[in-house]
Design a protein around this ligand. Sequence first.
Ligand code: URA
Ligand code: CA
Length: 435
Amino acid sequence: MRMYDLIEKKRDGKSLTLEEIDYFIDGYTKDEIPDYQVSALLMAIYFQDMSEDERAMLTSSMVNSGDTIDLSNIAGIKVDKHSTGGVGDTTTLVLAPLVASLGVPVAKMSGRGLGHTGGTIDKLESVPGFHVEISGSKFIELVNKNKVAVVGQSGNLTPADKKLYGLRDVTATVNSIPLIASSIMSKKIASGADAIVLDVKTGAGAFMKELADAKNLAEAMVAIGNKVGRDTMAVISDMSQPLGRAIGNALEVKEAIETLKGKGPEDLTELCLTLGSQMVLLAKKAETMEEARAMLEENIANGKAFEHFKIFLTAQGGDASVADDPELLPQATYKVELPAKSAGTISAINANDIGTSAMMLGAGRATKESKIDLAVGLVLHKKIGDDVKEGESLLTIHANDSNLDSVKEKLYQSITITTDNVETPPLIYDVITTK
Ligand code: URA
Ligand code: CA
């Protein structure tokens, strides 16, 4: 087989076979095929697209390029949830204990935050003592016992994706549906879950800014998952404004606690119930979305979800008393209000810029090496569609540095107040089950 022929075939709009896809993924992972030939093939894929079969084959091939996590020693149907990345996205902190409280095993591998988006592990580490450095056998033991555990990424998962992503980044081929969909799905499938729920975000703070692109990506990922034998569903949700009210690590843990007690923000609660219903459905603990939702609502109302959060924290060394007294979480020294400069209605809270503001406070990492401050962040008092009086607080800044001039300026730029009528964006645009 010659790489030249694969490039020519794809350039001319033809489909690659499984053998050809395996040849290029295997050869590239082993450094046997040079970057310039793979670059040419990626550009050909960018322009000519891939069929559903090719996308599924590419995904499987990338899964096979490295280690895979074996969760077969965990009883039951393991359902994973993946978000394409958002700002103030507190859903995993709520969903993991909530869904586990219904007996659905949640064996979660999570990452740290980078750039304007946060990471679940950083958030959990704001609970004193909580740690994710647990062995593979301990991880499995905890999921069997408590139905929930979270670990950091380990092992050599999908090395082909790492190399390809690096190359795509410098060859203007990141933005391609078959390449993004196979990249995300290969990592999820290598992580071992039997079923996958995807939260594809759209809007200013999302990777996919346009709804049509988010929908294409969601459909592509659902098709791949189901083709490779993992039941997959997707929700397309709004990320034009941050989710919930809290942005920042400890602040989001507090928000998750409130949500697990049934007192959380409406949008975060609704998204958790929708994603959670899909997880319960895929785990075959309910027959319909309605039944699943009722079960989740019941475990919030009767306190079981909240109690399960404490069990989860304790099992990984965390001080569960923070759940009863969130003041025990890291606290920032300064709490500063941001007053509205004029009266009107909020028409935009740009999630991307809000995420960057939180990063400037120290809540997120500008580079992989940056240290983060778990206590700092923002709490929004207003969301899109809310009326505001002049001088009324838009949000509270939680900071450990008293010089907030540049953050305040960035925040004012990211919030728009108008005297016109404002349409609030829907929280959930679409639910995709099968293609
Ligand atoms: N996120 C991924 O993991 N892969 C992509 O290709 C794009 C976003
Ligand atoms: Ca939030």
